[in-house]
Structure formats: structure tokens, C-alpha cells
Ligand binder design. Sequence first.
Ligand SMILES: *Cc1c(COP(=O)(O)O)cnc(C)c1O
Length: 359
Amino acid sequence: MSRIYNFSAGPSTLPESVLLQAREDMLEWRDSGMSVMEMSHRGKHFAIIAEALENDLRELLAIPANYKVLFLQGGASAQFSFIPQNLLAGKTKACYLKTGAWSEKAVSDAKNYCDVVITASSEAEKYTHIPVESDWLIDTSAAYLHYTSNETIHGVEFTGVPDSKGLPLVSDMSSNILSRPVDVSEYGLIYAGTQKNMGPSGVTIVIVRDDLIGRAPKTTPPVFNYAEQAKNQSMLNTPATYNWYLVGLVLQWLKEQGGVAAIEQRNIAKAAKLYQAIDKSALYKNPVSVPYRSRMNVPFILADESLDKAFLAAAEAQGLYELKGHRSVGGMRASIYNAMPEAGVDALLAFMAEFERTH
Ligand SMILES: *Cc1c(COP(=O)(O)O)cnc(C)c1O
């Protein structure tokens, strides 16, 4: 067996110890006589897994008691529609910050439900920065302000909490949740698909303040309705039980690493190394304005595009995979989530230096 370094943006690399634990538990979880996959979601064994999952997430993010945590399906993409359905509460407008491909998608889906006020957009600059707050247009009659805290495709990340002028703040944290501490109490709602930084695909985390729950119109399908899901511990229908278990293992691993503040220090170190090498080089270039560079997704282009294929092939020969940039931006992208070890980044840096020397 030889495991590669996987720089995929998602589904992404998982801690090896998590995979080993899953292997150990495959035929029988503890003394249950069965695999987690075979358990009833209403049974006593799965109840232990579900409770630990929620408690660990609450502990890692210090989620206040007046927030519900939901574990849903449909990915972050489904939330692009669930959020307006659940939060508009009779209002006709919602504010959105447009800072990359994912917020673009969120805007486009929200338009099916309300008038979208574009609070600010960096589209004209090809999403290489975040517009300064003093230029934002916030309509205080809107139901909420939505933003994407890390743009996975463009490699742009917010460092602070946007000032929403009193509107409930809604954040898509799919690709940077648990990579840095957040003050949950500043938010109305936080959501994230699990396949970037929390586990495999198949679960969507929604952390939502109590007072924002229960405002969906009656026509909202119950499985899309936060109030119904909250009342039923996210088990209105059969949840993705095995994925809950795997996300739970990743959270336990993160606790063993020292939690979010500790992993943040490692994420800072990994990203700094990579950007430094890119900035020093004559061959590689990152287009994002320095203060907004993502710690999780590092896109870079080669000075000579005709070398792209050779770069990717040579990287794979060194065991470095999934470095191809998103088709919409081209070039390369190294995703260096929590589970990417520093040794993986070091191997990438050594390879990039060698490739530059020989090309
Ligand atoms: C990956 C991603 C999504 C889409 O997630 P799905 O689970 O595939 O729906 C949405 N937003 C961001 C920021 C992402 O990185």
C-alpha cells in the first residue's frame, strides 16, 4: 500500500488514524455486534455516536446553548435554497457579498426566492480580493447578510467577521470551518458541507440561532425546514448514519490535535511556507491580494501555461495528486486543509523548487 498526498479541494484527504479506526470498527462497532452502517438510527448504539458528534462539535467551536446544530443532507448547495426559504420570514430582500464562484452560486439560487442586494462584488477584479467594508451597501430592511468565508475555487478568505449592520449574519464556511476559531455568537447561521475539512461528503452542518428557527412558510418541505429538523434531532428522515460516524471520528482526531486554536497555528505555518515559495519564484504566481489569501486553498499559475501538463504529471510521479486548478480558473490549486500534514506541504515545496530548476 502507498498512500499519496492528496491536495484535492473536496472530497479531501482524511487523517490516517481516522481511516484506521474506521477499518477497525468496520465489522463490529464496540460490542454492538454490527457495523455502524447496519445500525438503526433510532437504536441505543447510534444514539451514542450522534450525541458524541454534536457534543464534540459544540466543544470545538464553543457553540452557545441558544444555537441548534443540525446534520442535514443535500450539501452546502441545498442550503443556498434552504436559507432563503427558512430565513426570509416574509421579507423580500437579502444581502449577499459576491467574492467568488461559491457566493455567485448562492446568489443565483437565492434569486428564486427574493430580491438579492449585492452588498459588494469583486467580480470585476476576477475575485482576487475582498471589497473594503466602507464601500458596502447594506439594506437594513433585508432578512440577512450572506457571505462565503472562504472561496474554495478562487482562494480568497475573510479574516474577520463582516459588519452586517445588525442583520443576521449567514456564512458558508464549507472550506474553512474548524480551521480557525470563530465566535459563533456573531452569527445567525453557519453552514458547511463536511467533505472539505470535517470528513467525507454526505453531511451538511447547520448551526443556527434559536430565534431564526420556525419562520419558514408552511409550504416548505419538512426535511428542508430547520424547525422540523431541530425538533427531530436531524432525524426527520433517515440520516447519513455512517457519515455522521466518520465526521465524529474526525472531530475526535481534531480534539487530540489540541482543538481549533492549535490546528490554526499549523494551518498558518503550512500556508505561509507555500505562499512564500510562490512569491519568491519566477515560475509560480498567486493572483490574490495578500491580506485575503486563503489558508486552505492556494491557487497558483505557471508563468508558461504550456508547462501545466508536465507539472501535473511530474507531481504525480512524486506522489502529489489533485493539484489541477478548478476548470473555471485554470492553473493549479493546492488544498491544504487540517488533515494535510506539514510533510505533505514540504514534499510539494521540494517538488515545485525542483520543477522550477529543471524548466
Ligand atoms: C464545496 C463547496 C460548496 C458546495 O458543497 P456541496 O456539498 O457539494 O454542495 C459550497 N460552498 C463552498 C464554499 C464550497 O467549498
